[in-house]
Structures are given as C-alpha cells and as structure tokens.
Design a protein around this ligand. Sequence first.
Ligand SMILES: N[C@H](CCC[C@H](N)C(=O)O)C(=O)O
Length: 241
Amino acid sequence: MFVCKYSASGNDFVIFHTFKKKDRSNLAKKLCDRFNGIGADGLIVLLPHKTYDFEWQFYNADGSEASMCGNGSRAAALYAYKYDLASSKMKFLTGAGVIEAEVDGDIVETQLTPYKELGKFDEWELFDTGVPHLVKLDKLENFNINECRELRYKHNANVNIAEVKDNKLFVRTYERGVEDETLACGTGMCASFLKARKEGLIGDSIKVYPKSKEELEISLKKNRLYFKGRVKETFKALCEV
Ligand SMILES: N[C@H](CCC[C@H](N)C(=O)O)C(=O)O
C-alpha cells in the first residue's frame, strides 16, 4: 500500500490510512529508523471513525504511543484533505481528544485540546498541551542535550528552552520518544508560548521559530491554542506495512 512522508516545519512523519486498528509500535520503530527505514520522528495511522472525519494512532520514532502531536496533527490534516478522507475543515480524534483543523493550500491550522498548567520545578514549568512539556525561558544557546535528557526521564516530559527576541518566540525542543532534539515540536512551541505569555513577555498571538527556522504562528483565542504553519508531502511509495 501507499505510505507517505510529511514534513511539518521539519518535524517529519510517515503517514498512511487503513481500516484496522492494531498495535503498530514495532512498525513505527521500523519505518522511522533513519538508517534502515524511511526515517521520521513519528508514524501516523488514520482510521475510520463513525463520528469524526477519522481517528489516528500516533507513535514516536521509538515505538511509544503519544496522546498528541501538534505538528503531526497539521500533517495528518493535509494528508486527509489531499487523499479525500476529509474536507478542508475537519475534526479528528486523537489520544488527547478531538482536534479541529483547517487546510488552506499548504498552510494548515489546528486547534489544540484544552491546555493545563501542571506546576513549577525550579526555573522550569510543566504544561500539558496534549502531551507534557517542561519549559524554561533562557538563551537558546543554553540548550543542553544532557540536561534535557535527564529532565525528560525525571518528569516523563518533553523539554523546551524558549527565548523571546524582537517580539518573536524561538524554541528548541528535546522530544520524548525521539530521544533527541527535533527540528520542530508543535506542542512544545505551544507550551513555550504559554510560558512566555504567563511571564508577560508576549501577547495572545506571535510568530514562532523552531530549530528549522520555519515560521509558524500561535494564538490564544477564547483560551484555546491555535497553531498554524506550512506542511509538505516529501515522499510517497508503495510499501509493505
Ligand atoms: N514526542 C511527543 C509527541 C510528539 C510531539 C511533537 N512532535 C509535536 O509536534 O507536538 C511525546 O511523546 O510527548
């Protein structure tokens, strides 16, 4: 069957759709392997749903399932629209709840599930933007992969360093389940937005730049997070899955 690869601001995913829900943890590890597989940060499988346009299974590259993926939600929406699984405005079910998305050319905006503030640990703050994220406001060059890895296991969370410069938000993320820094992390950028806004450094909308330097936009409307940016299909092939 056909599998595709999508890149959402540098966060990349193998995506396909099928009818049968089953454990695809080992498949995710195989397909996401950057040496022996297609290579990606995650695997997304779209499945039929009686109420919503579809539901999904999301796996990190290490085969662990995650309840949500911000960039993955934008990639899944573009895939669903391109392959006639949904119209340009859609609703789909994730482990974190229902996501609303809108496709406009190669720009996709998704509304994330309601966020939670989960507490402070020293200069770090923990948020749930669909998955758990620790955020510290600091200079980006102070991003330390070993410190991030330690905090990731201590709190079972993704770890972000965020910096506000010239009224723009810059974010670097160590991603749980990829176990490395990724080029972008949507729920991480959203958690960083919440932290910067809480400290009074930004307003309700801002341009955000992850490690890939691709421009995204995050806004807070009626206390819900909206996240918008470019998505592209980078690969398509027949593949045994
Ligand atoms: N690695 C995350 C899931 C993917 C999040 C990220 N890729 C995004 O765009 O939100 C976790 O296990 O919590």
